[in-house]
Design a protein around this ligand. Sequence first.
Ligand SMILES: Cc1cc2nc3c(=O)[nH]c(=O)nc-3n(C[C@H](O)[C@H](O)[C@H](O)COP(=O)(O)OP(=O)(O)OC[C@H]3O[C@@H](n4cnc5c(N)ncnc54)[C@H](O)[C@@H]3O)c2cc1C
Length: 459
Amino acid sequence: MDNAMQLAEVRAPQVRDVRANLVGELVLPGDSTWDEARLAWILNVDQRPAAVAIPEDVNDVIEIVHWAVDSGFRIAPQGTGHNAGAMGDLAGTVLMKMHRLKGVTIDPETRTARAMAGSIWIEVVEAAAEHGLAALAGSSPDVGVIGYTLGGGLSWLARKHGIGANQVTAIEVVTADGEFRRVDRENDPDLFWALRGGGGSFGIVTAIEFNLFPITEVYAGWLFFPIDRAGEVLRAWRDWTETVPDEITSVGRLLQLPPIPEIPEPFRGNSYAAVEVIYSGEDFNAAAAVIEPLRALGPMMDTVTAMPVAGLSHLHMDPEQPVAGAADGGMLDSFEDAAIDAFVGAVVGTPLLSAEIRHLGGAVARPKAEHGALASFDAEYLAFTAGMIPVPELDGPVRVAVHGFLAALEPWTAGHTYLNFAEGRRDARTLWTPTAHKRLRRIKAAIDPGDVIRSNHPL
Ligand SMILES: Cc1cc2nc3c(=O)[nH]c(=O)nc-3n(C[C@H](O)[C@H](O)[C@H](O)COP(=O)(O)OP(=O)(O)OC[C@H]3O[C@@H](n4cnc5c(N)ncnc54)[C@H](O)[C@@H]3O)c2cc1C
């Protein structure tokens, strides 16, 4: 049944009824705000759900769940739409956009944060920094806290402190039966386990609480080299990653920046091989000594210095506003010389803006019994690439280049992949260990037997 037929059936009087009960909004095709309501952060993802629900509070969420289930719709919760590309066809689905459930509170005593479902990372990072604390936030300031954490959460502090989801202490969620639950280690431990890295298939999360760390400053920045030194620099960086302590997380990267006014001088229109380094320990002199072999390569620009930890949200230069583009990524078992050659060959001269390899290992490779569904990463490196699509004519070339990037690295691709960096559909069995995947499916069948809640990466 298509959306128009379903809407004809539900438009009145049910829609009027549910709207009267909401503080927030229910937007339908044909409404004046329809096109704005269905936009995702990735602007070129053409989301066409049956309806867009924009709850203002938890009661709205419960109300919309009851209405959607009674009307025969499925529900897809969405924070920002950073991973909207993976969602697929939304026919017969109510897109529930959570951005109006705002609010971040920090408890300096227990060193924890509470973030409502509409929170983005910069809001937590800046609030925590006021108390000398740091969160396991990702590279981008405007990624959603909930989507990121449900999928795992790989931060600049990951090699020291592990996957973000494993620092969660409590989650509030409305399940497909319309029930509000607060889950933690003691209350509904199975659901609590599933929500920590098992993705968004289990309910609509309304708030999340997690640990913070007493970090105020880091020693971090970039080393830029000409792009024609890419192979040499990436080999030296790869060798160096095999020697560094867990306090250091780093990225080997190629950047091909277009000549557009949004990109500041001296970067505008230039291409680089670069290494980003983040040291989160206390001895910056020791960190400088560890970084020395990279500096000995003679970078053309070296920005590595002491900086407030909140500055990490802008270090990677991720876009801070919605963009049109295409991206995708995967995990690598190794980044041997032949993989480096394949990486460079798949990027240089293509329309890809950025291609990066993040160093994993350290705490993200060490599973613990108390961890959630994504206990660890079983891979050494993570690969990711992105290209902008400012005009429709670039859609084809950028997608071909993204596909070519993944294909070139295929011989080194790990069996395990990472949900948050998968911007297209993946075999769910590659997202978790076989044991975790089976347990997730059992929990989903018990809590949502009608498969009402749709996530971007279903089980
Ligand atoms: C520029 C950029 C930088 C990134 N950097 C990092 C990084 O450093 N580390 C990292 O780990 N990831 C990173 N990511 C990936 C990011 O974590 C994922 O795209 C994540 O899914 C985004 O969450 P979101 O809520 O912003 O996006 P959305 O697309 O809104 O959400 C993704 C999925 O999460 C689920 N979800 C979201 N909100 C809720 C909710 N309230 N209840 C239930 N389910 C919900 C849904 O299944 C939804 O489809 C980056 C992505 C981009 C585009």
